[in-house]
Design a protein around this ligand. Structure first.
Ligand SMILES: Cc1cc2nc3c(=O)[nH]c(=O)nc-3n(C[C@H](O)[C@H](O)[C@H](O)COP(=O)(O)OP(=O)(O)OC[C@H]3O[C@@H](n4cnc5c(N)ncnc54)[C@H](O)[C@@H]3O)c2cc1C
Length: 360
């Protein structure tokens, strides 16, 4: 069976690794680089990691593992009748096609947006790093995990870092949790401007509802836009992302989608962890096993030296288990947790919540 994968991110590469022994696997990737780690980009910008360490697999590794890698090739259309992927470098026939095309950074839509950078690719990271080394300071727009990871690492590296967020809650958490995270990051040197909507930008700074924030380097890190265009152009159903069922099937026969480009039950995964989990399930499905993907939110982050795990459903009644873990309940059953600064506890709670085990 010929499996063709669009995208060489964590979803695409995990799937290829799982299938390459049994199947003829091709990855089509528009960037001209082997797989690199997006979650480590802020560590690279901060100077904690040399560029080469972002690349866990060499080009030789692909070859040795029997993965055919077409770099610098953009997938343009899926010819579903002929079962061929049309790229700008030629046609690639498939028996199963997997769209693992990820997402791009959401762009700000305010006047002067040309003065604001975004962070998604290594190229973006290089530009930010270069500018940061000249300026020594940065203003980051957003209150999600990408913004906080970047802020934490850059503050830890000694740069002046301001975070501007239109809301009050960080990571979309409740007030108490959000304040704990803010305090930790303030301790690392991050300056917060919360409830502060950006109105416009110019070369020298950012205009917000609560005043002007000077600073030439501004990075927008608030949200993603799933890459659904290939599917839409090919007549495949899409909402915010490419619509899939719990077998990760799209509306077209033998075409699947995983990772940041896929939407299941109204939810876009948005993390490398989800992309990898979906890839593992899809590998089993394509190998003929009985498997399905059960959405379960679980994400582990590190902001400066402070780890935060967000597990399951984090709405409704939340109670502190101890000073590090807040657990959310549906009746007596634990359905979610946020764990601050304790990875081991986070892993234990993840297992309990995922498997519906009693919390003792
Ligand atoms: C700065 C940063 C920090 C992050 N930190 C974390 C973290 O700590 N933990 C975590 O779990 N997640 C983190 N994430 C999110 C994580 O990186 C993504 O969720 C993950 O990369 C999604 O994987 P994916 O395989 O779905 O897509 P992607 O990694 O986006 O890969 C998709 C690939 O498809 C290619 N592509 C797209 N369209 C086409 C086309 N038409 N033809 C050919 N190729 C195409 C793209 O070039 C890209 O290489 C972070 C992201 C960023 C940007």
């Amino acid at each position: 069976m010929r499996v063709v994968i669009v995208g060489n991110g964590p979803g695409g590469i995990e799937l290829a690794k799982n299938l390459s022994r049994e199947f003829d696997v091709t990855i089509v990737e528009r960037e001209n680089l082997p797989h690199y780690s997006r979650p480590m980009l802020s560590h690279y910008i901060a100077g904690f990691l040399p560029e080469e360490k972002l690349f866990p697999y060499s080009l030789d590794w692909y070859e040795k593992n029997g993965i055919n890698l077409l770099l610098g090739a953009e997938a343009k259309l899926i010819d579903r009748l002929r079962k061929v992927l049309v790229t700008d470098k030629g046609e690639v026939p498939y028996d199963a096609l997997v769209i693992a095309a990820g997402a791009r950074a959401r762009e700000p839509s305010i006047p002067g947006r040309e003065h604001i950078l975004t962070l998604r690719t290594l190229e973006d990271a290089k530009l930010i790093k270069e500018r940061l080394e000249d300026e020594g300071e940065v203003t980051i727009l957003g209150g999600g995990f990408i913004a906080l990871e970047l802020a934490g690492n850059l503050a830890k590296a000694g740069y002046t870092v301001r975070v501007v967020h239109r809301g009050e809650a960080l990571l979309g958490l409740d007030r108490e949790l959000s304040e704990r995270i803010r305090e930790e990051l303030e301790g690392a040197g991050v300056e917060f401007h919360l409830k502060s909507q950006a109105i416009s930008a110019d070369e020298d700074g950012l205009n917000t509802e609560t005043g002007y924030i000077p600073g030439k380097l501004k990075v927008c890190a608030f949200g993603i836009v799933p890459n659904r265009e290939l599917a839409v152009k090919s007549g495949i159903h899409a909402g915010r992302g490419i619509l899939v069922d719990d077998h990760l099937r799209t509306s077209a026969r033998d075409v699947y989608a995983i990772g940041d480009c896929a939407e299941l039950g109204g939810i876009i995964g948005g993390t490398a962890k989800t992309a990898v989990e979906q890839a593992k399930v899809l590998a089993r499905i394509l190998a003929g096993e009985e498997a399905s993907y059960v959405p379960f939110r679980s994400a582990f982050f590190k902001f400066a030296d402070f780890s935060v795990a967000v597990i399951g459903q984090i709405r409704g009644r939340g109670e502190w288990l101890d000073e590090k873990a807040r657990v959310f309940y549906d009746g007596e059953r634990a359905i979610g947790a946020v764990v601050l600064g304790d990875l081991r506890k986070a892993l234990r709670l993840e297992k309990i919540i995922r498997e519906g085990l009693p919390l003792d």
